[in-house]
Ligand binder design. Structure first.
Ligand SMILES: Nc1ncnc2c1ncn2[C@@H]1O[C@H](COP(=O)(O)OP(=O)(O)OP(=O)(O)O)[C@@H](O)[C@H]1O
Length: 268
């Protein structure tokens, strides 16, 4: 279990995160969601160990990791730009980390991961010959062969579109379930967070606005920010789609809505 206790972070006098407390169970997928600049990446960096907390504690399975260096935490991240080695093919990228830690995964386990992520056909290809979705799966495989205790994903879907996005969402869910792997995902997209995760942590101006299951957030938004930031964006999307299908199939009764409270999407 990952436990954050009153975690805070400041840069100089600027308070970035304040009083972040929560518990994440083993195997849960949790999205960190919020508008641009609210502190999502900072929180991911604190958990990973790339940044040092100004206050509070980070515990994993009861062990205090707050001052443990990144390489000793046993966590691993897939960065937004994948950070793959362009001079190596897909397979060489996947097994790269095993050079120094050959006992981390057996050949059989590597094969299983390649199959789980549907990469069998692409192993010989160079990185620049792969699509965005294939690169994302290679980056996931490369991270997973190292058997992290916690998987961190920074905007894993933002560079992907349409069906590819749905397929990567499915793969992330399969990986988390099959490996019983606690997974933390940063995203700025409410639809992505609510459809991918077991729980969503919504941050506003460095504080927790709500932490709950997608159903809890949709049915019982904790405050006006959640209603404005999350629900109005989703309602606009839903109504647009309903209206589009109504044009094709006749009278589906969805009146155009005016969202007086809808925030500027540019903020997210
Ligand atoms: N190294 C740093 N020094 C000073 N301020 C920083 C540093 N890193 C981040 N910040 C500030 O902390 C705040 C939160 O940044 P963070 O990157 O965590 O936001 P975010 O929610 O991930 O935003 P986005 O969705 O735009 O990536 C911002 O105001 C940013 O300017």
């Amino acid at each position: 279990m990952l436990k954050l206790e009153n975690l805070s972070k400041s840069y100089g006098k600027k308070r970035i995160l304040e009083d972040i407390s929560l518990e994440i169970e083993k195997g849960e997928i949790v999205s960190i969601l919020g508008p641009s600049g609210c502190g999502k990446t900072t929180l991911l960096n604190l958990v990973l160990g790339l940044a040092k907390a100004s206050g509070g504690r980070i515990l994993f399975d009861g062990e205090d990791l707050t001052n443990v260096p990144m390489e000793k935490r046993g966590f691993n991240i897939v960065f937004q730009d994948y950070a793959l080695f362009p001079n190596l093919n897909a397979y060489e990228n996947i097994v790269y980390g095993l050079r120094n830690y050959p006992d981390r995964s057996t050949e059989e386990e590597v094969k299983d991961l390649i199959e789980l992520l549907g990469l069998g056909k692409h192993l010989e290809q160079r990185i620049d010959e792969l699509s965005g979705g294939q690169k994302q799966r290679v980056a996931l495989a490369r991270t997973l062969v190292m058997k992290p205790r916690l998987l961190l994903l920074d905007e894993p879907l933002s560079a992907l579109d349409g069906l590819i996005k749905e397929s990567i969402k499915e793969r992330i869910r399969m990986v988390a379930r099959q490996l019983d792997l606690t997974t933390l995902i940063v995203t700025h997209d409410p639809e992505e967070a609510l459809t991918l995760s077991d729980k969503v942590l919504i941050i506003n101006e460095g504080r927790i606005a709500q932490f709950g299951t997608p159903v809890e957030i949709v049915n019982s938004p904790a405050n006006g920010f959640i209603r404005r930031f999350i629900l109005s964006q989703l309602t606009v999307k839903r109504d647009n789609i309903f209206r589009l299908f109504a044009l094709e199939t006749g009278p589906v009764n969805v009146a155009p809505r005016v969202h007086a409270e809808a925030p500027s999407l540019a903020a997210s």
